[in-house]
Design a protein around this ligand. Structure first.
Ligand code: NI
Length: 178
């Protein structure tokens, strides 16, 4: 169990396409996932992808209960999603603010599909699938993008809506005492 260093934008390893997990239920996979949760919690993230801690595998975690970085979003179940596949349900998109532990201190507005279906594997190799909308769908798209080497700034279509968190949301930062 360990909080790992989160790679920051500019690091080549964040631009690689990650490979699929081939073996499930191994101690190595368990320890990667444990470290990912420790790291996500330490930084109050809503999600984390394995490449962000330098592991080039198609593993993402996400979930939000009460999170000071995202005070106004609906809860998302704590999830481990491996080798994910996303199917978009409708072409409709919605814009919303995103942040990323690899782009610290910044937020940007990104248009994401508002409803999708995703499937993948648990850490033990069980298949599961879900439908998601709203913030849940946004987090899934953001995290799965990391597996293909895409960081959210590449998805911002209007760069006027990209800026520093403490300037954009001073009340949020004040509340967190940062
Ligand atoms: Ni991210």
């Amino acid at each position: 169990m360990a909080v790992r260093e989160v790679l920051r934008m500019g690091d080549d390893r964040l631009l690689q396409v990650a490979g699929p997990v081939q073996e499930f239920g191994t101690p190595e996979l368990t320890s990667i996932i444990t470290d990912m949760f420790d790291t996500m919690e330490a930084y109050d993230g809503a999600g984390l992808a394995a490449p962000q801690i330098g592991i080039p595998l198609r593993v993402v975690i996400f979930g939000i209960e009460e999170n000071p970085r995202y005070p106004d979003v609906e809860p998302v179940p704590m999830t481990v999603l491996i080798n994910p596949e996303i199917r978009v349900i409708s072409p409709e998109k919605e814009s919303g603010w995103e942040g990323c532990l690899s782009v610290p201190g910044m937020r940007g507005r990104v248009a994401r599909y508002s409803r999708l279906h995703y499937r993948g594997f648990t850490a033990d190799g069980e298949v599961f699938d879900r439908e998601a909308s709203g913030f849940h769908a946004r987090v899934v798209q953001h995290e799965c993008d990391h597996l293909d080497g895409i960081l959210y700034p590449a998805r911002i279509d209007d760069m006027r809506y990209f800026g520093f968190e403490d300037v954009l949301f001073p009340e949020l930062v004040a509340k967190n005492g940062e």
